[in-house]
Design a protein around this ligand. Sequence first.
Ligand code: HEC
Length: 188
Amino acid sequence: MKKLLLSATLACSLFAASDVYTDVVKPIFADESSTKSIGRLLPTNAVKITQESKDKVKITIRGYKNPTVNNVIYYSDSQRVIAAAFSKTANVQFNLVEKGKGGKWDKVEVSVYTTKGDFTSDLAPMFARADQMYKDNCGICHTAHATDHYKANQWPGLIKSMLSRTAIDKKDEWLITQYLQKHSSDVK
Ligand code: HEC
């Protein structure tokens, strides 16, 4: 009985109150019944689950909107660290949360759907796994560079040119990229 209660509490804790994260790339849908994805949620970005149905959850993604890019929510207010990207034709509604000051991007929020599962409230183990993977795979031919040796906007290009030399699983490419960008010299 006690055990049952505990697991019920755990399941509930994934709802609105706390942020949850995924370590995989998740498809995004415009509505609950849709089967055609309109975007992707990238690993290690906080979302809130606001509703749950049979096979989907409704999530709120908060982030920043670059005024020159209409289909991306960024993790930070001035670097290109993507939290979620949408197809150009998706026409997603970005709700303003807070106007950016001094040239920083506006804080925005979107409500969309994704598939159930793969979410946990603990971010640290995801970064730990990424860190290990980075050191194991990117420290073979040269020492793995300190993550803050580069700026957030530099890492995606560097990784892209190096990935083919490694055995990193395709499904982990975004996890590693996000890990490096979020521990870069100008995003920490
Ligand atoms: C098979 C060997 C090998 C592996 C594995 C490897 N690299 Fe490299 N890396 C190189 C070589 C050789 C260079 C020198 C420049 C070049 O050849 O592009 C380099 C250069 C770099 C540089 C410096 C680039 C610059 O412009 O100064 C970075 C950063 C880097 N690698 C990151 C990584 C990352 C991240 C990974 C893992 C995803 C990785 N490397 C895996 C061989 C490797």
